[in-house]
Ligand binder design. Structure first.
Ligand code: HEC
Length: 176
């Protein structure tokens, strides 16, 4: 499936998904600066899953603007993970994500503490939490074997709100 889109123009596309799953959507024209970051995800769900998602969306709309839509920081972090397309590239059992373009994030809370001691680590983090934050906002300071730099979008520090980012980091640090 392919669709041309233009800035400032809303375009839609209809099709029938034959199987549920989370799929990577990417730009396939070398369109200019930021081309490699033009990725999002397509989520195809069963009727029941979609109905549950729809119900959860309408309950969050009644929350006052600006407040966390989830009941706890960890639940908020989980939601931030799901809303930012992380699942398209990463595996994380807690959210049912099975992406393989990036490293498996199960156990990242423990692994991050080991990564900062690795001789090939080039960042400045001194704790697991800092390492996870750095991996999200200024990636490529440590590339786990088998993965490539410049694939993970480099602009999450701008696109994710500060309190959502804090929640996301705490949530991932808790994955031990
Ligand atoms: C387009 C694919 C892609 C997306 C989308 C993506 N990542 Fe990544 N991510 C990668 C790749 C590839 C790496 C390994 C290379 C690197 O660190 O840049 C990585 C590395 C990481 C690491 C470090 C893991 C380790 O073991 O070193 C964390 C943490 C991480 N990503 C979190 C996230 C979060 C949170 C999101 C969503 C806000 C996200 N990623 C979205 C591809 C992606």
């Amino acid at each position: 499936m392919q669709l041309a889109v233009l800035p400032e123009t809303v375009t839609d596309l209809r099709f029938t998904a034959r199987q549920p799953g989370t799929f990577l959507v990417e730009c396939n024209k070398i369109c200019g600066v930021g081309h490699s970051e033009m990725r999002t995800q397509l989520v195809a769900e069963t009727q029941d899953q979609f109905a549950a998602w729809l119900a959860s969306q309408s309950s969050s709309v009644v929350q006052p603007a600006g407040s966390a839509q989830a009941s706890s920081p960890l639940a908020q972090g989980r939601q931030v993970f799901q809303l930012n397309g992380c699942a398209a590239c990463h595996t994380l059992k807690d959210v049912g994500a099975s992406g393989t373009i990036g490293p498996d994030l199960d156990g990242i809370g423990t692994l991050a503490a080991q990564q900062i001691k690795d001789p090939s680590y080039k960042g400045h983090a001194t704790t697991a939490q800092d390492r996870i934050r750095e991996a999200i906002v200024s990636p490529y300071t440590y590339i786990p074997p088998g993965f490539q730099a410049n694939v993970m979008p480099g602009n999450f520090g701008q696109t994710i709100k500060p309190d959502d980012l804090d929640a996301l980091v705490s949530y991932l640090a808790a994955q031990k």
